[in-house]
Design a protein around this ligand. Structure first.
Ligand SMILES: [Fe+2]
Length: 153
């Protein structure tokens, strides 16, 4: 799931910038992260033959990992790079980081990330369930983008 986040973020960032060096660097990193995902997916398939982990449990694990994107790690990294000497405020720095990060995501980035999540959970991408989830994910992201922008204003 980490590779879903990193590959989609670097793809989104690379697509958003017009600066050629940054665009190239982001595309290389996104490609690396996609290869990491493929490596983990290969091992996942092997391990699933040994352990019987169903789709529901895999989905629960995936959602748990996705929710971790709003934990302290990214918020504190943002704080460490941007603070002006003020004390650390987890919520404020989470919002500040997420507002900046989410603004680069477009529909194809969400769709690709969701397809990777579906595949890792044993669900079929491009199924009716995928289409419905994709619609919901795009709606949630747009709502989150609007809320974060409103809170920053
Ligand atoms: Fe990675």
């Amino acid at each position: 799931m980490v590779e879903v986040g990193t590959s989609s973020y670097y793809r989104a960032l690379g697509d958003a910038t017009e600066e050629p060096a940054l665009k190239a660097i982001c595309r290389f990193i996104a490609g690396d992260e996609l290869r990491h995902y493929k490596l983990f997916y290969t091992h996942l398939k092997r391990l699933l033959e040994q352990d019987n982990i169903g789709t529901v449990r895999r989905l629960r694990l995936a959602l748990g990992r996705i929710m971790e994107t709003e934990d302290d790690e990214l918020a504190y990294a943002f704080y460490a790079a941007n603070n002006q000497g003020e004390p650390y405020d987890r919520e404020r720095n989470t919002r500040a980081y997420m507002r900046r990060a989410y603004q680069y995501y477009r529909d194809p980035h969400v769709e690709k990330a969701l397809a990777m999540i579906f595949k890792a959970c044993g669900l079929k991408p491009h199924s009716p369930l995928f289409q419905a989830t994709n619609y919901g994910a795009k709606w949630l992201l747009a709502k989150r983008q609007r809320n974060l922008a409103k809170l920053a204003a």
